[in-house]
Every structure is written in structure tokens, then in C-alpha cells.
Design a protein around this ligand. Structure first.
Ligand code: SF4
Length: 138
């Protein structure tokens, strides 16, 4: 029988501001699921339906592995530099032609607090719009 490596990694659920504690189960370097953290002060060993599925996206076959750019009606793999340059150009064009409030930003629960903080700085400080929201409110 093959020896499998096993880890249980303590972390916080990413899906809402409650911040429930969970332990990510990792077998041979692959995320296999979560278990609630019994001693966590917020959740005390419980998770909601979203928390129990908190890692499903990590190795999902539909997860994007590279940026995609639509060319001639079809999505094609692109480098991060190409994709970021295109997004920056499009935001600048829209903001210049129709005003910054013609743009909007939607932050993600799958990003860290720090990444979401930086997104609102980009929206407000660089593009000049307060049109920013977070998927946890949808
Ligand atoms: S387990 Fe549910 S309630 Fe707890 S942080 Fe995740 S989404 Fe929020």
C-alpha cells in the first residue's frame, strides 16, 4: 500500500466577513476538502454550506489557468502582461471618454483583505470612481 502524506492546515473561510475557522485537508499536496476548526472562537466547530465547500474551486478543472483575451469572437490564452495592459488601456479609454463613473469594480471573496484593499485604492485613487462592491453582498 502506498504511503500518502497528509496535512491539516488551519485557516479562515474566505467566503464572508464572519471569518469562520477551518482546517484544509491536504493529501499528497492536493486539497481534498475542509473540516471545521473546533477551537476557533468565531465558529466553534461549525461551518455553513459555503464554508464546507470553501476549497472546491482550488483544483476544479474549470478553473482558469491563464488569462484569456477575446479575439475575433473567441477567447484565447494570453500572458498576464498582455491581459493587464489590455485591461488598463480599456479602463483608461472608458474613463477618458465617458467619465470614471462609467467604470465599476467587483472585489472577490477569493482574494485576501489586502488584495481587496488594493482594488478599492485602484478604483478610488487611480481610476477615480467609488463604484466598487464585493461579491459577498450579492
Ligand atoms: S463558513 Fe459560512 S458563515 Fe463562516 S465565514 Fe464561511 S461563508 Fe461565512
Amino acid at each position: 500500500m502506498q504511503n500518502l502524506s497528509y496535512q491539516s492546515v488551519g485557516t479562515v473561510c474566505i467566503y464572508c466577513g464572519a471569518g469562520c475557522g477551518l482546517n484544509v485537508q491536504v493529501v499528497d499536496g492536493h486539497v481534498t476538502g475542509v473540516l471545521p476548526a473546533r477551537s476557533h472562537p468565531v465558529s466553534q466547530g461549525q461551518l455553513c454550506a459555503k464554508g464546507w465547500r470553501a476549497t472546491d474551486f482550488v483544483e476544479h478543472p474549470d478553473r482558469l489557468q491563464t488569462p484569456l483575451i477575446r479575439r475575433h469572437g473567441a477567447l484565447e490564452p494570453a500572458s498576464w502582461d498582455e491581459a493587464l495592459e489590455l485591461v488598463a488601456d480599456r479602463f483608461a479609454t472608458v474613463a477618458r471618454e465617458t467619465g470614471p463613473d462609467s467604470t465599476a469594480f467587483l472585489a472577490s471573496a477569493k482574494c485576501s483583505n489586502e488584495e481587496n484593499y488594493l482594488l478599492q485604492k485602484l478604483a478610488r485613487g487611480v481610476v477615480g470612481t467609488n463604484n466598487i462592491d464585493h461579491c459577498a453582498r450579492l
